[in-house]
Each structure stands twice: as C-alpha cells, then as structure tokens.
Design a protein around this ligand. Structure first.
Ligand code: XMP
Length: 525
C-alpha cells in the first residue's frame, strides 16, 4: 500500500507493538474526530516519523518483554520530535527504558484484569475528569507481566494501583505520558476521557468529521479517476452502497454499477436495490439477472465450500461479462474498509497484511487490467455508516444487517431447490418483520432464517402435515468475529413461530438457534 498521509488533517500516529487491542485506540480517537493511523513498529523509522509529521504519538501495548534483547522499540528520534507521546502498557515500559528508567520482569505475578487506581498528590490535566465518584478511585484494565521499577529522569508518579505503583507517570515538561493499563478498552470506563485529555493537550481540535471527509474523498476520487470510466459491483450491502453513492457524487455517469442477482437474494431485495440506485440516485446500473445460471449450476450441490466456490466463480464471470459492456472502464471501485488494510504486527516474521478475500472481486483487477478505487479504506464500519448518512442514504439502508455474498445458499443447508428458496424467503421476511415490529432490529447484529434439510410431521386443522423445519438465528456481535445469540423473550419466540407456521406454506416447525460463536459460526454453512 502506498503511504498516503492526509495533508489536510491534524495527524496522530499509533505505533503498534502487537497488542490485541491496538485497533481500539484508533476507534476511540476516531470517535473524538481525530485522524490517526496505525503502523507496525517495524515500519516506523526516523524517516517515517519525519514524513508522517504526527502531532502526537501513541505507543501501543504488545506481547514482547523490554527485558529481552532485540525487543521492539521506537526510533530514538521519536523523543526529539517535540510532540506529546503516550505509552500504553508495553509502550509505557519501552518508553521508560529508553529514557533511562528500569523495567523488571515479574515472573509468576503478572497482573491481568480489573484494577483500581488512586490519584497521587498532584492532579494533572491528563487525568481531568477522573476520580470523580465517591470512591475516589478509577477502574482500569491491566494486562502486564513486566513492570517499571525505576522511573526515567524527569518523570513523576500521578496515580498508583496496588499492583502498579507507577500506574500513571509523566514528564510534564516534555509532555511524555505513560500508563500501565489500557485506556482504550471498555473495561477502563473513563479511558476515553484520558485519551481525550491527551489529544487536547497535543493541540488536536477534532477536525476529522464526516462532512469534511466526504468533500475530501470526492476531490481525491476526481483527481485519481480523471475522465476515465469506473465500474462497481453493487451488492446492496452498506459498504458497496456507500462507496457507489460517494463515487457517483464525485464523477456522475462515469460510474456504472453492476448488480448481480444470483437468485439467492431475500424477498424484494433486487427490486429495492435497483429502484433505489437507478431511480432514486439516477445511477447507470446494470441489473444482471443471472438467476437461472447460478441455480442450475448449484443444482444437486450440497457441500458448503463447493457452493461458495461455484458462486464465487460465476460471480466473477458474470461481473466481467457485464463490466465489458461498459467499454473502456479503467477503474474498479470497492468498499474495502480500514480493518481490512491495517498491517498487523507479526512476531513470527515481518508485518503481515490481512485482507478479507470476499472484499476483493477475486483477482479481477489484474485480469481486466483495472486499477482500484477504494474511497472507504480509511474508515471503520460505523464511520461508513455516518458517511452514508452524510450522503443522504436512508437510515433503513445504512442500518441493514450484513448479508453474505453467497446469500441464501448458505442458509439452505444441503441441496438448494427453488421450492426451498421460496419458502425460506417468505419465512425470513416474516421473521424480520417481527423483529422490526418489536423494535429489536438495531439491537441485533444479524438475524435470519435457515431452512433445514429435514421434513417433520405436524398437525394443522384436522390434517397431518409433513413440511420443512426451520431455524431462527439472531446474534449480537461487534465485528462478526465472535457472537452471542440474542436473548429473545419466550413471548416473542412463540408469537414468531406461530406467525411463520400460519403464514408460510411449507414450514410446520420452528426452532431457535442458541449457539454462540465460537464454537458455532453465525451462518449455518
Ligand atoms: P460466520 O458464519 O463465519 O460469519 O460466523 C461471519 C460473518 O461473515 C458473513 N459471511 C460471509 N460473507 N461471504 C461473505 O461475503 C461468505 O462466504 C460469508 N460467510 C459468512 C456472515 O454473514 C457474518 O456476517
């Protein structure tokens, strides 16, 4: 990835030493309208610092021990930049050691989890808003094995905890701050205030707003694309929709969207997407109705991975065929997000890059000789939602639950038939209607019905039925990586089951899936 430092914003650098929660530092700062970038420590050289020109630097936590030879550290020049530095956990220890303090390995008595800090005699601005409740203490989240045993010259202690006599230390003259705990996690309830104090002290005014971002993104898209044509695969999901609307604002009819209907969409979905983008936004949109192609190739296939492979391959073929109709397109637009491009720290080798494969239209750019336009690659998911809001996308669209690329194929375990798909669509529509009616939609990360490959016996009226069973799924999650089932009331579940059985011909039994992830996954396949 070419480094692209935004010249128009005040910038903060987060140097990543491999903590599991480094991304949360960026999240908290973005919430404060601060522009920041995470970069792995291996990349942050003196030259990098000079080019990046941060207004402040945060050193993250990490699994290494500064007492080891060759443990990761920032370039010494960091401390001569004249900008505020905040060291968190490992960041605190590395800073202390480099500036002349001492860190010791505490074998066998590491401190993990909830702890309480109390203030020192002198109150500092970094801790404004702390220690306000009756207890006079502040809850923090600790996670460390090593500890600082002697402060570097110029530092003094401003808060302590039973396990960490140097919980908060600072060299106020140089504006170097060091905390043993993690202010970025939710278990440090006032951590955001600490981070806010830090960035205010550093002179940040909070100039990173979605309105500003939108204007700037539009300028950059125009600059990048010139008068060339751009194609964009539109799925109807939030990311590709926001990317399409933003690019359309920038370059109008130079953008053509391709919406592939693979016959595995939900009830009314294709109409909704086409109506919104073609009629409401007046965008050139190719509606590729390829239901027959996908469903005939999936005929008789029951293995989940085979289903995914077939769908992925056909999707690329179809997209390529229709994109070729546009003629002379030079760019492919994608809704890649920041978490997909952050280079994570790897202790087994060099920096590794994590990119979710389903965000890329598998190898198409190379195959078609297209360059990428990725206007969301600096944003987190909730920022994409606020950008969508800024662009005037309807709230109902922005808040939609995620929907997987292979669609209903992976909610139909076993063989996919048109009959099962039709039943599934109806049941899903009733279920989502129930969730909306009860005002629960926004509390849930994702909810859907899976139609099971089993028929069961029932009795309706005076007759015997022999119909499909289905499973309802609803989960809460932050990022889809872990999830828990949603605790619907029994009343809700009972009412929903009754409605589905009464309204959906073909289903006579409803179950609720209460598996968390892990060990389960969100989808059934
Ligand atoms: P799982 O089932 O792995 O799902 O817990 C996590 C999230 O990813 C979505 N998902 C997919 N999205 N292509 C996609 O675009 C896929 O093959 C796919 N499989 C799962 C799923 O809906 C959930 O949000």
């Amino acid at each position: 990835m070419a480094m692209q430092h935004d010249p128009d914003h005040q910038r903060l650098l987060i140097m990543d030493f491999g903590s599991q929660v480094t991304q949360l530092i960026a999240r908290r700062l973005r919430e404060l309208n601060i522009y920041c970038e995470i970069h792995p420590y291996q990349k942050v050289t003196a030259q990098f610092l000079a080019d990046f020109a941060p207004m402040a630097v945060i050193l993250s936590g990490g699994p290494a021990s500064v007492t080891d030879e060759n443990s990761p550290r920032p370039p010494a020049e960091l401390f001569d930049l004249g900008v505020p530095v905040l060291g968190i956990c490992y960041g605190q220890q590395v800073m202390m050691q480099m500036l002349g303090g001492r860190v010791e390995r505490r074998d066998g008595s590491a401190e993990f989890g909830r702890a309480h800090v109390t203030p020192g005699a002198e109150r500092i601005d970094l801790l404004t808003g702390w220690f306000m409740d009756a207890s006079g203490r502040e809850q923090v989240w600790m996670s460390h094995g090593d500890h600082v045993s002697a402060l570097a010259p110029g530092f003094a202690v401003y808060a302590t905890s039973p396990g960490a006599p140097f919980a908060v230390t600072a060299d106020l003259d140089r504006r170097f701050y060091a905390v043993q705990f993690h202010p970025e996690v939710h278990h440090t309830p006032n951590g955001r205030t600490l981070l806010e104090n830090f960035v205010r002290d550093a002179g940040f005014t909070g100039d990173w707003t979605m309105a500003a971002y939108r204007d700037e993104a539009i300028r950059l898209i125009r600059e990048q694309v010139g008068d060339a044509k751009v194609i964009c695969g539109l799925s109807g999901g939030v990311d590709s929709s926001v990317a399409a609307v933003l690019i359309h604002e920038a370059i109008g009819d130079q953008l053509t969207c391709v919406f592939v209907d693979h016959g595995l969409l939900r009830e009314g979905e294709a109409e909704q997407v086409v109506t919104m983008f073609r009629d409401h936004y007046n965008m050139p949109l190719i509606h590729a109705d390829e239901q027959e192609l996908f469903l005939s190739e999936l005929d008789g296939v029951s293995d989940p991975e085979t289903k995914r492979k077939i769908i992925g391959r056909l999707f690329i073929d179809v997209f390529q065929k229709h994109a070729a109709e546009v003629g002379g397109a030079k760019f492919l637009a994608q809704g890649t997000l920041y978490p997909d491009v952050i280079e994570s720290v790897s202790f087994s080798g060099g920096p590794s890059v994590t990119i979710k494969s389903h965000h890329n239209v598998g190898g198409l750019p190379e195959k078609m000789g297209l360059k990428l336009v990725e206007p969301l690659r600096e944003l987190f998911k909730d920022e994409v939602r606020s950008l969508g809001h800024e662009l005037g996308l309807p709230a109902s669209f922005i808040g939609r639950h995620p929907f997987p690329g292979p669609g209903l194929a992976i909610r139909c375990p076993g063989e996919i038939t048109r009959e099962k798909l039709a039943i599934l669509r109806r049941a899903d529509a009733v279920y989502i209607d129930q969730i909306r009616k009860h005002g629960l939609y926004d509390e849930i990360w994702q909810a859907f019905v899976a139609i099971l490959p089993v028929r069961t016996v029932g009795v309706m009226g005076d007759g015997r039925t022999y119909d499909f069973a289905c499973a309802l799924r609803a989960v809460t999650s932050v990022d889809g990586m872990t999830a828990d089932y949603y605790p619907f009331s029994h009343d809700f579940l009972g009412e929903t089951a009754t409605r589905i059985i009464n309204e959906v011909k073909g289903i006579n039994r409803v179950t609720y899936d209460i598996t968390s992830k892990p060990p389960g996954t969100i989808e059934w396949e």
